[in-house]
Design a protein around this ligand. Structure first.
Ligand code: FES
Length: 107
């Protein structure tokens, strides 16, 4: 799996440039599926409470906004979460990245 490969790269290198590149990549992950920790402390950037649209992609919910489904379930409240907007995710209501495979586009 690609993500575990990234973790291994960080854990196995003393190269601060590699570590910084991986941290930057993790911080760009809108879903929060990728995380990193330093000295066993998980690092999570501060994000405002907001709901926004990612162009040609999911709804992006940040800042610990609670999300409930239409059948009454409440999702784990997280700092970052992406919700499917294309209808093709196999993990609805969460986005699983399938929007790229199906060519979902706003325009
Ligand atoms: S928006 Fe990402 S899978 Fe639907």
């Amino acid at each position: 799996m690609a993500d575990s490969g990234r973790v291994a790269r960080v854990a196995e290198t003393d190269d601060s440039q590699v570590r910084l590149a991986v941290i930057n990549e993790v911080e760009k992950c809108p879903s929060g599926a990728l995380t990193y920790s330093i000295d066993d402390h998980e690092i999570e950037q501060l994000l405002p409470q907001a709901v926004s649209i990612i162009d040609d992609g999911p709804v992006w919910v940040t800042g610990g906004v609670a999300v409930s489904t239409s059948d009454g379930r409440t999702l784990e409240t997280r700092n970052r979460v992406t919700l499917c907007r294309c209808g093709a995710s196999a993990n609805k209501p969460l986005c699983d990245g399938t929007h790229k495979d199906v060519g979902f586009a706003d325009r």
